[in-house]
Design a protein around this ligand. Sequence first.
Ligand SMILES: *Cc1c(COP(=O)(O)O)cnc(C)c1O
Length: 386
Amino acid sequence: MHQDTRVIHIGEGQVPEADPLTTPIYETTTFRFASAAAVEDYYEGRASSFLYSRYRNPTVLAVEEKLAALDDAETARVFSSGMGAVSSTVMAHVGAGDEVVCAAAIYGGTLHFLQDVLARFGVSVRFAPLEELAEPDQVPGPATKLLWFESPINPTLRCVDIARVASACRRRGVISVVDSTFASPYNQQPLALGADLVMHSATKFLGGHSDVTAGVVAGRRDLVEPIDLTRRLLGTVLDPLPAAQLGRSVKTLGVRMARHNENARRVAEALEADPRVSRVYYPGLESHPDHRIAAAQMRGFGGMVSFDLGGDYQRACRFFDRVRLFQRATSLGGVESLCSLPVATSQRGYTAAQLERAGVTPGMVRLSIGLEDPADLMADLSQALA
Ligand SMILES: *Cc1c(COP(=O)(O)O)cnc(C)c1O
């Protein structure tokens, strides 16, 4: 055959006589069949081979097995982003006439997806304040199909009693979903606490290096399989290359999270002892309103710390502009420490009443504590507070 033909076909798709230690990156969009009979076997479920990477890919499957293991779940799926996981999960399990109940203090993307997108398709959406979730038996109504909440919650790090909400949902036949992004599977196991599904933005601690955008949902097979079908049709699957990066990252989740927890605890304690800071929000501090809930359901208290500079936005801005080691950027969960101002980003555009309900003040600063030496982090915070 000619050069143009040979260069395309030679060297492709062969499985070499090699036994790799790690899963190779299968950068292929499609998979070959040996015969028409093999195609039939695939569609009739007689062979668990691969067809097309939007459906299933060996590299993606390998990281899904790791993610299922991390949450002690029957099965897990990865998505092109945390929002891909949110939208695919909700759309798989609710339809016109159903109601979704969502915690009022929630990630902005989740809020807008439910309120601005889902509500246009005949699904009613109700936002439940934290006080209602503290008495969860009254929360689900007759049409409630699914209840979505987070713990800990951005940026106050308020926590919800997961076991209590999950059991109230179970008694009413409502699917409970926990967005556990801020905790990561190292610090919190929502499925073991009785939740039906757990979701993470893997862009944060799971990816851990601020270089992969991804999401994950884990839980029982009967609840995850409809989400898989929705993922195929919405096209929210993760590509093999970022899946491999994510698989590499999660191997070090334990050592990273132990250090995030320890660094954040030290920063929170130092800030609490600093007279220039009016209030510190960290679930590991006894002064945090949900310390007891967090201590009962978390192994460690996570890498996020928020604090208040007397409710004064100008002071918060001056602090923000002065940090040197902390990077002025949104997002969280990476090796590098980040600093953001909630009223300028995640709670942007909130009215005074909405801010009060969310427990956010204009003087609030949010820190994502990375893996740098804690003495360097504390020195930077101290000089920026000066
Ligand atoms: C970042 C985040 C999301 C959305 O994840 P993306 O990967 O940005 O799509 C959802 N929930 C929480 C709590 C988050 O922090």
